[in-house]
Design a protein around this ligand. Structure first.
Ligand code: SF4
Ligand code: SF4
Length: 286
């Protein structure tokens, strides 16, 4: 049976993609999914070669055919978003796609066009297939695009009879995270030993629990604040959350990133050993 594991964090910059990249190198027989569609970083590490590219369509925008419009003004008066100008041209940014205008137009001059809001891809990487996406500028449908990336990654994993789907989740607790989380077998929450790190982790764990997903914590750079690390461990104990592992701060992590490598492909060191131990533990638990 395919196991889906998502790496998330309450906010950006906690090392989430470093961990996803390392798991991508460690896991055998897997598909990877980059659900951080607003700031996709995983591809920088995995250097994907696009094999399949498709448009992502979401929402609608009204368009007036000036050849058919008799300038009666009905559409202007009913549009709650003031999207239709006096020149009977619809501003696509203001149009919310409600389609009311197309119902009231007596001449049938208004059509609803589907928006192209981004693209999604299936790529090949040195670690196996990656499903990823790019959201159009100023688009706000990242939740839908994330759900699509998730579904396509799962489908591909089923076709290829894979054991794992490794997902790089979006940061924060918004709609994209929820879309990325639902139905996974385990959410690994990467946090740092700071008060805000604990606060953010607590919020995202709340979201995971709400959707019935079991969460485990990984404390990254734990040695930078041992007191706060103890606090996080206390919080986990109190809330019955497993601390799956801790990783020391080490400059090799940044060096590997700069070279476009996962930490598993970089020089041997303690961080590498710690991540291997965490991956082994996770495999046992799932
Ligand atoms: S679709 Fe709705 S928002 Fe867009 S122009 Fe028509 S009435 Fe206005
Ligand atoms: S309702 Fe139709 S015909 Fe009337 S102004 Fe709008 S687009 Fe033109």
């Amino acid at each position: 049976m395919i196991k889906q594991i998502i790496v998330i964090s309450g906010k950006g910059g906690t090392g989430k993609t470093v961990i996803t990249g390392a798991f991508s190198a460690l896991a055998r027989n897997k598909v990877m999914a980059d659900c951080d569609v607003d700031a996709a970083d995983l591809h920088l590490l995995l250097n994907p070669v696009v094999k399949m590219r498709q448009e992502f369509r979401s929402g609608q925008t009204a368009v007036i055919d000036q050849n058919i419009c008799d300038q009666c003004g009905k559409c202007i008066s009913i549009c709650r978003f003031d999207a239709i100008g006096k020149d009977f041209v619809i501003d696509p940014i203001s149009c919310e796609g409600c389609a009311f205008c197309s119902y009231v137009c007596p001449t049938g001059a208004i059509t609803m066009n589907e928006n192209v809001s981004g693209e999604w891809f299936i790529s090949e990487t040195r670690f196996g297939p990656l499903v990823h996406a790019k959201l159009g500028i100023a688009e706000e449908n990242s939740g839908k695009l994330v759900a699509l990336v998730r579904n396509e990654a799962k489908k591909l994993a089923e076709e290829k009879k894979c054991d794992w789907v490794i997902i790089d989740g979006a940061p924060g607790i918004g709609c994209p995270v929820i879309a990325a989380l639902s139905g996974v077998d385990c959410a690994l929450v990467v946090t740092e030993p700071t008060l805000s790190g604990l606060h953010d982790a607590d919020r995202v764990i709340g979201v995971a629990r709400h959707f019935g997903v079991s969460a485990k914590i990984l404390i990254n750079k734990y040695d930078l604040n041992l007191d706060m690390t103890k606090e996080i461990e206390k919080y986990c104990k109190k809330n019955d959350i497993e601390v799956i592992g801790k990783i020391v701060f080490d400059k090799s992590v940044v060096e590997a990133m700069v070279e476009g490598k996962t930490i598993m492909e970089y020089e041997n060191g303690i961080v590498k050993d710690e991540i291997v131990a965490i991956w082994e533990k996770l495999q046992e638990k799932l």
